[in-house]
Design a protein around this ligand. Sequence first.
Ligand code: SAM
Ligand code: SF4
Ligand code: FES
Length: 346
Amino acid sequence: MENIKAILDKALNTHLLNKGEIITLLKSDDELLFEYADEVRQKFKGNEIHLRGLIEFSNICKCYCKYCGLRCENKEVERYRLTKNEIISLAKNGAELGYKTVVLQSGEDSYYTTDLMVEIIKEIKKFDLAITLSIGERNYEDYKAFKDVGADRYLLRIETTNPALYKEMHPNMSLENRLNCLKNLQKLGYETGSGILVGLPNQSIKSIADDILYFKENNFDMIGTGPFIPHPNTPLARAQAHLDNFKVSLRVMAITRLLLPDINIPATTAMETLNPNGRIIALQSGANVVMPNITSTEYRAKYYIYPNKICLNDSSDKCRNCIEAKIKAIGRNISKTKGFRSDKQL
Ligand code: SAM
Ligand code: SF4
Ligand code: FES
């Protein structure tokens, strides 16, 4: 217990930890970690929570990620793709609901060419929204074209930095290319977000500690950590949980807050899937962002990344009101700004 407090005090004062200290925190049940992370969040990000409206615009994907229900080999999922106008109108609706950022997320779907994405981004920028893209790996020129017309942020989780595990989870992909994409995004001036899945088969606590050190070394602007949830129509359908995926995700998130005190950290939807109060617990353990769904209800169930996703039958208005009430109930406010990392918060 003493040891934990000493490690946390060091993190509070220096925002530095070594691998051994991170491993100790990842393995400990001590709730003090969450109190410290909440304190650092309060000091660096204040009371405001940033909402990002999530638009899941295509579930078509050419990749084989073994954990994901959208992987191309899953024939059970009914595929959909939204038109340019549908995407723009969802973004407009998001702006009307008071969102300051929309997140455009999809599988790796080459239907959305560089030119088409550029047109969509340009139109959405007219609503005075910040745009976060989460559309997977593209080349430098594509990322540059999107940035040039106003894309602000990009989310691309590294998923794991362990080379053997990365290879095992991602047939036909390379860790090197993923790392390179993240470097390109940073070079182009995106607010760049990464993160990992927690609880993948054969993922060790040591490798999670390496992932956290990787976040710190690369000074990412956002880090999203999600528990891995086995999907029935994937090769990992029968994966046995070897960690408490919810608890360990929460610890990863809290340690990340201690090491990168001023970044944006979402309370992830997957956390709420595993725990009915998961997002609020996360917001009280270091997180300062929530990404409610603003996709039309008819498509939500088809974006079936993992089972028991929340809000599948809800409307965008309902989600907005629901999250607002939950946030107010814990004495926090919804930000009226776009919520960049560098914004003055306090
Ligand atoms: N295709 C883009 C990509 O991979 O970056 C964006 C969409 S992808 C569905 C978004 C995230 O979903 C991935 O980064 C991954 O971490 C998460 N995900 C996929 N399958 C999951 C599962 N079974 N449990 C929890 N999260 C999962
Ligand atoms: Fe495709 Fe992303 Fe799912 Fe991988 S995680 S299969 S890239 S949607
Ligand atoms: Fe969708 Fe609560 S956030 S119903």
